[in-house]
Ligand binder design. Sequence first.
Ligand SMILES: Cc1ncc(COP(=O)(O)O)c(C=O)c1O
Length: 402
Amino acid sequence: MHDLDLDFVRAQFPALASDTVFLENAGGSQTLAAVADRIRDYLLTTNVQLGASYAASQASTARVREAARETAAFVGASDPECVILGPSTTQLLNNLALAMQGGLVPGDEIVVSAADHAANVGCWRRLAARGIVVKTWPIDRDTWRLEPAGLLPLLGPRTKLVAFTHVSNLLGTIHDVAGLTRLVHEHGARVVVDGVAFAPHREVEVEAWDVDYYVFSFYKVFGPHVAVLYGKRECLERLDTINHDFITELPYRLQPGNLNFELAHGLGGIYAYLDALGGRCPGAGSPKSRAFAAIAAHEERLAAPLLAALAARPGVTIFGDRRPLRDVRVPTISFAVAGRTAESIVRAVDPSGIGIRHGDFYAKALAAELGVPDREVVRVSMVHYNTPDEIERLIAVLDRVL
Ligand SMILES: Cc1ncc(COP(=O)(O)O)c(C=O)c1O
């Protein structure tokens, strides 16, 4: 049992003192005070251009280097030069597609998935204009997962890349990234994995999974609007430079222009928080691993009553796996109610001060498959700072409005 010190957790997020119940965390999480403090401190004490010889510039350079080093450790990468920071997952994936173009020839194939957010689909689909063949990996309607059986017929000698999501931002289902990556590698192709909906909930371990590329955004992981793209060195070195031609080193050749230095420095607040949290959790392993183990156990306890309440209600369809189990899903729960639009349900919940959301969440192909009115679901997305009381409040409101 990994007990989460919820009083400690909530005290680190000033926004949680407000009356709002934040249950739209898959859209964006609340921010740690430590992150905001570090951003402010960077701007007010070391906001100068990096790389000069005077002391203030040396200090800012050291801070941004430290951000890269700590971010590499956070994602389970041993080499900080393999970590590229940027403004958003969408931008980083667009940059990756751009940098890959020189290595692709007409007739090469890329597989995208029917479960992904548009960020990991559009940039690959657009390569079709250059003669790249783009195929779609369908979602299995029985398991609501991307299954190997759906992928295998699509893999061939020309397959260069398979782009898929670690966790669907709509279904919450966790995919076996290591297993799927192994399968793709056996067919001589590379993977690019969208970890946006996974990273707030479980420990990221890019080297242990052997992924080629992995990307997510920190504004969903209790931090600022910065995203990270990890790539294996052997992959990154083959990509075209998308920075100035004379910039040849990693990660700068794939990180065009200046980073947002203050936000990069802010990331240290997330890492320090998880270490402090893990230090308060029992168990073995690093503080970060202990923190994520406690987070997973707590999230399971949050998801269970909501899934049970929805499953018990006639006319409600839960999309994705109905089991709250930590190895199966994260607590991002989407549903529809017969005879109701998703919007009408969310608007009925709004006056209670509970923030949930309706939409397709840019997982357009998946939302279209669900057969729901307006191609929209109701999504409730929890993170570890949510409390069992908040979930009980939501269930009571849903009892009233459904
Ligand atoms: C699963 C998933 N992938 C990608 C994105 C895009 O992230 P960004 O806004 O950083 O481009 C989102 C945003 O909601 C998402 O939920």
